[in-house]
Design a binder for this molecule. Structure first.
Ligand SMILES: Nc1ncnc2c1ncn2[C@@H]1O[C@H](COP(=O)(O)OP(=O)(O)OP(=O)(O)O)[C@@H](O)[C@H]1O
Ligand SMILES: [Mg+2]
Length: 232
């Protein structure tokens, strides 16, 4: 899906509008927002709580639809794609890391890592296991491969979430406040790991963070303010 020359955006948002019904009436969260993401790009997004950062990510990853405007993946409008095809493409091309890790508590680490494979239907089980073992080793979690997430520290859980995000060799990692639940030094380690993995795996990274120093480590930085992205 994202096999584009580097000069062409792998994801583009054109004139996106999105609003929600709120107690005080309908509120516009995104107002005519346009944005392009390129292969191997790294972009930091900051903004106050409620500015619409997660809404922006959800629309870019086609988890939510805009009220108007267009979302293009590899130059193709996603709006006509059947939802199952969209889900498969998303699972094979985008890895997600959230503030709370969203690991499945009943599954051990290895099985948690294999989930994106199963959803995308893309890899054979032997390939999937090999990749999962590699990522657990790379992120220093091999000895925990058969542990349940509950037994891990917050930083370790977030490392598992990062490993899982990279499982399908995605073109893009979307990270929404990945260090939001961590103390400063663990947050720094997780951030460094995310950057190292991005380099090694040659993915694009879209990072939403309240922590401006982390945002500044990206090639481009924006602030989401009053419904549009302003370069920082
Ligand atoms: N499904 C929804 N229904 C109604 N309102 C919503 C919905 N999703 C988001 N909102 C509202 O839209 C606004 C933007 O939400 P969003 O989660 O995108 O903000 P954010 O910038 O990610 O905030 P935070 O930094 O706290 O995570 C908020 O006021 C939120 O309450
Ligand atoms: Mg948010």
């Amino acid at each position: 899906m994202f096999e584009t020359p580097d000069s062409l955006p792998c994801i583009a948002l054109r004139r996106i509008r999105k609003g929600f019904r709120m107690p005080q009436g309908r509120t516009e969260i995104l107002r005519d927002l346009s944005f392009s993401l390129f292969p191997r790009d790294s972009v930091g997004i900051s903004g106050t709580s409620g500015a619409g950062k997660s809404t922006f990510l959800n629309i870019l990853a086609a988890l939510e639809l805009p009220d108007s405007g267009e979302v293009l993946w590899n130059g193709e409008s996603i709006h006509t794609w059947p939802s199952r095809a969209l889900a498969r493409r998303r699972a094979s091309q985008i890895g997600f890391v959230f503030q709370s890790c969203h690991l499945v508590p009943e599954l051990d680490l290895l099985e948690n890592l294999l989930l994106p494979c199963r959803i995308s239907g893309r890899c054979l089980s032997a390939d999937g296991s090999k990749r999962a073992e590699y990522l657990l080793e790379r992120l220093g979690l091999s000895s925990h491969r058969h542990s349940l997430p509950m037994g891990l520290s917050g930083g370790e859980r977030q490392r598992v979430a990062i490993a899982r995000a990279f499982m399908n060799h995605p073109r893009l990692i979307v990270a929404d406040e990945p260090t939001g639940n961590l103390d400063e030094s663990t947050g720094e380690q997780v951030m460094q790991l995310l950057e190292d993995m991005r380099q090694e795996e040659q993915t694009a990274l879209l990072l939403v963070t309240h922590h401006l120093p982390f945002s500044r480590r990206m090639q481009r930085q924006y602030q989401l303010h009053q419904g549009v992205l302003a370069p920082l």
